[in-house]
Design a protein around this ligand. Structure first.
Ligand code: AMP
Length: 426
């Protein structure tokens, strides 16, 4: 496993349940990952201190250990071409190749693809000069979203409600180059209104299998206030899209997506995670991510009943058409506990108390995101620290169970939202 966040802990935990796994390493991992044991033989998952973007060292390690399957969590190694590199050396690896990773690494690429293949999205234009970009914003009455083309640590998307804000956003990205070369080109989309949901689909180059719905909570504070974060919590399923609407959305998005990939010579094997706005005019795609969401993974994998090794194997081999995804009908809720100050400045190294008490609660799994082991004590080591996840017969029960577990855990400055899944229960 490559990566070190909550998503990777959830993947490690689920893979460790597979009877097919006899040994597992995680680069670089975290304190929670290092505590996982394999169901097959009880052996520990070993964390190795190789960074997720250190491709040469990861390759050498996989060769030395003769690893049968490498699983990539985060987007950066995918965009750097780790899948192509491993394949060139005959190593089996799960994740999208570099060409497919462009859906996440270039907003211009994604927007043009969606338009070419008729995938429902926002009205948009792509620009490499500020003047025409501003004129396009004006044509939308200034109500628009200005997006830097390239990867900008999740910060390159500026939401504008009038022309003054829009011109400022264009200047920031294209003239002052606040995001460097990532802002050499921009996509400007109309500002869509509606409820945002996350979709996930596992793909094998030909077939795409849709997951149930989930919803992320991006803002730092209750009531969707405060700054944007990597995600403060999730739940699944969401009531905002019925099973029939999900199937219809999958048909309108995944079919043209897979068809477009084949036409463009993109072998899309891995996870596709579209961000969707449910507008009055139907679902519209805001962006594509080319990996599992974090913290969506935590709620999905606690509901998934299949052996994850089998699914990832089928995704690599192109045999997903022979597999049926099976989901626990229970609801899952994940509450992220973050360091005080996140997503701004925060301090690390705070001792975390109560993890054992939380783990004793039924149907609860505490996934670690930014944690480390220091002198036998688990301490905070990042902005998002834990993803406290619980299953329940319905959302309300799962939410209560997740917050009961959160209540057992303490660290100095701990910050979490108290309204994860609340919108769904209104
Ligand atoms: P993106 O990285 O493109 O998903 O954008 C980040 C966030 O900005 C999304 O999760 C939405 O909340 C918001 N956003 C992006 N595009 C739009 C749009 N066209 N209309 C409204 N909100 C948007």
């Amino acid at each position: 496993m490559i990566g070190s966040g909550g998503r990777e802990h959830a993947l490690v935990w689920k893979l460790a349940l597979s009877p097919q796994v006899t040994q597992m390493w995680c680069a670089p991992g975290n304190a929670g990952i290092a505590r996982e044991r394999l169901a097959k033989n009880g052996s520990a998952v070993e964390c190795v201190s190789i960074g997720a973007e250190d491709l040469p060292k990861l390759l050498a390690f996989a060769q030395e250990k003769k690893i049968d399957l490498t699983v990539v969590g985060p987007d950066n190694p995918l965009a750097l071409g780790i899948v192509n590199l491993f394949q060139q050396h005959d190593l089996r690896i799960w994740g999208v190749n570099q060409k497919a990773a462009q859906f996440e690494s270039s907003k211009v690429f994604s927007q043009k693809f969606m338009e070419k293949y008729g995938i429902p999205t926002a009205a948009a234009g792509t620009f490499s000069e500020a003047g025409p970009a501003k004129a396009f914003c004006a044509s939308l009455g200034g109500k628009c979203v200005v997006k830097a083309d390239g990867l900008a640590l999740g910060k390159g998307v500026l939401i504008c409600t009038n022309q003054t804000e829009a011109e400022k956003a264009v200047d920031e990205i294209m003239v002052s180059k606040a995001f460097g070369t990532a802002g050499a080109r921009v996509v400007i989309q109309e500002l869509l209104e509606g409820i945002e949901v996350s979709l996930h689909a596992l793909c094998d180059g030909k077939t795409a299998k849709i997951f149930p719905t989930s919803q992320d909570h991006k803002r730092a504070l209750d009531g969707d206030l405060g700054l944007n974060t990597g995600g403060m919590g999730t739940y699944s399923p969401t009531p905002f899209l019925s099973d029939a609407q999900l199937a219809e959305t999958a048909r309108r998005v995944l079919k043209p997506f897979m068809r477009g990939c084949v036409a463009e010579g993109i072998d899309y094997r891995g996870l596709l995670y579209p961000g969707v706005m449910l507008t009055k005019a139907g679902p519209k795609i805001l962006e594509f991510n080319a990996r599992f969401g974090d913290p969506e993974t935590q709620v999905y994998l606690t509901r998934l009943e299949n052996d994850l090794v089998e699914l990832l194997d089928a995704s690599v081999s192109g045999t997903l058409d022979k597999v049926e995804l099976k989901w626990n009908p229970a609801a899952s809720v994940c509450v992220v506990m973050a360091s005080g100050g996140y997503p701004g400045n925060y301090t690390k190294g705070k001792p975390i108390h109560g993890l054992e008490d939380a783990a004793k609660l039924p149907d609860v799994k505490v996934f670690h995101a930014g944690t480390a082991l220091k002198e036998n004590q688990i301490v905070t080591n990042g902005g998002r620290v834990l993803g406290v996840t619980a299953l329940g017969k319905d959302l309300k029960t799962a939410q209560a169970a997740a917050y009961a577990a959160v209540g057992k855990i303490h660290f100095d400055g701990a910050h979490f939202r108290r309204d994860i899944a609340a919108k769904a229960l209104e």
